[in-house]
Design a protein around this ligand. Sequence first.
Ligand SMILES: [Zn+2]
Length: 72
Amino acid sequence: MDAAGRPAPVRMCVRCQRVTETPVLVQEVHSNSGPGWNVYACPGCAPHIPPSSDVLDLLDAARRRRGEEAGR
Ligand SMILES: [Zn+2]
């Protein structure tokens, strides 16, 4: 909870895809075709995310990993 008594903001970690109550902002994505969005990671993953990595690739890879364990 913050000082105003609101529930902590909950975000999904871009790396491990887990919901975290202590999200760390790792990247701001700017879209050409609409509003951008922020990418969050849990404190454990945040140090492993390069600041300039392509987050869309990361998301895509994570999605693929969840879908099918095959690939390479
Ligand atoms: Zn994580």
